[in-house]
Design a protein around this ligand. Structure first.
Ligand SMILES: [Zn+2]
Length: 317
């Protein structure tokens, strides 16, 4: 069984699963202070509409790695989940490319004791998020261009401790252009994490087949999860990389997604359709899967990436 927003679901029932999509990405403190342009009901209704459209394409589950630092608000997600048949799996963790928030700066870690941050992650996984009964089912952290800063390392180690205690799988936002997956692997190994339960997110931004093979050979799952962000890596290159990795025998080490959101406030609303017109939940079904088939990726490999790998990731070893 795996926890979703509406409660536990059999991992066999997850079906076609997009492993990295956001319902909302918000700067919550800014939104609360400068609410102009934000209509809560309108945004919730819009999210339900978009997720229901995705469900009609045959997707049954989305995995939402929105944690503290990305504006997680579990009450808002519960309202969305109530309006859609889609399973929504939520995360715990912390999103930063540099330092930890001041809240954590003066709270541990002390010596070998458990980082208080890890304690919060464990509570989200075992008790519920924000006073609700909704439990997180996986852990999320990030590393980007600045590399393994002290803050990033602290979060990653706290994530590993929570993983060790609960068995919850891990998703790491990585920056493959600077090969940060390698630095993540070093810490994961030092912390004795189960590498088969780790998605190295945004690996699909890379076209470096040897780098990708190295991470997959270590046992990790590659997040080919930014289809539609063609500004970072063009469509043909993303598709070509997945096809080439399938040819190399790595279909059981990849998951597919967009890293899209029903609503993200990082960009002016009118900008997204201009700079990334294909960056939406249905791009995979409209464009990516047909292109993969054209390049020789088989139905069985697609099933492996969209159904079997997500099920295995959320199944107890
Ligand atoms: Zn993301």
């Amino acid at each position: 069984m795996v926890e979703t927003v509406r409660g536990p679901v059999d991992t066999d029932a997850l079906g076609t699963t997009l492993m990295h999509e956001h319902v909302f990405v918000l700067n919550e403190e800014i939104r609360a202070n400068y609410p102009a342009g934000w209509d809560e009901n309108e945004r919730v209704d819009d999210a339900i509409l978009k997720l229901n459209a995705l469900a009609r394409r045959g997707c049954q589950t989305i995995v939402d790695p929105t944690v503290v630092g990305l504006g997680r608000d579990i009450g808002r997600i519960v309202r969305v989940a109530d309006g859609t048949s889609l399973n929504i799996i939520v995360a715990t963790g912390l999103y930063t490319y540099n330092d930890v928030p001041f809240y954590f700066r003066y709270r541990g870690p002390h010596g070998d004791g458990l980082d208080p941050m890890a304690r919060l992650f464990i509570d989200d996984l075992t008790t519920g998020i924000g006073g609700t009964q909704v439990r997180a089912a996986f852990l999320k952290c990030a590393i980007d261009e600045p590399g393994m800063t002290p803050g990033v390392e602290r979060v990653l180690r706290a994530v590993c401790r929570a993983h060790a205690e609960t068995g919850a799988p891990i998703t790491v936002h990585t920056h493959p252009h600077s090969f940060t997956g390698r630095a993540v692997l070093d810490i994961l190994r030092a912390e004795k994490a189960d590498l088969s339960k780790v998605v190295l997110g945004h690996s699909g931004d890379s076209t470096d087949l040897d780098y990708l093979s190295e991470l997959a050979d270590a046992g990790c799952v590659l997040g080919m999860d930014r289809f539609g962000l063609d500004l970072i890596t063009p469509f043909d290159e993303r598709v070509g990389t997945v096809a080439a990795m399938c040819e190399r025998g790595y279909a059981d080490r990849m998951v597919l997604s967009h890293d899209a959101a029903c609503h993200i406030d990082w960009f002016p609303a009118e900008a997204v359709p201009r700079f990334a017109p294909a960056w939406h939940f249905e791009h995979l079904f409209d464009d990516v899967l047909p292109a993969l088939r054209e390049r020789g990726v088989t139905e069985s490999q697609i099933q492996t990436m969209l159904v079997d790998n997500p099920r295995r990731y959320f199944s107890g070893s």
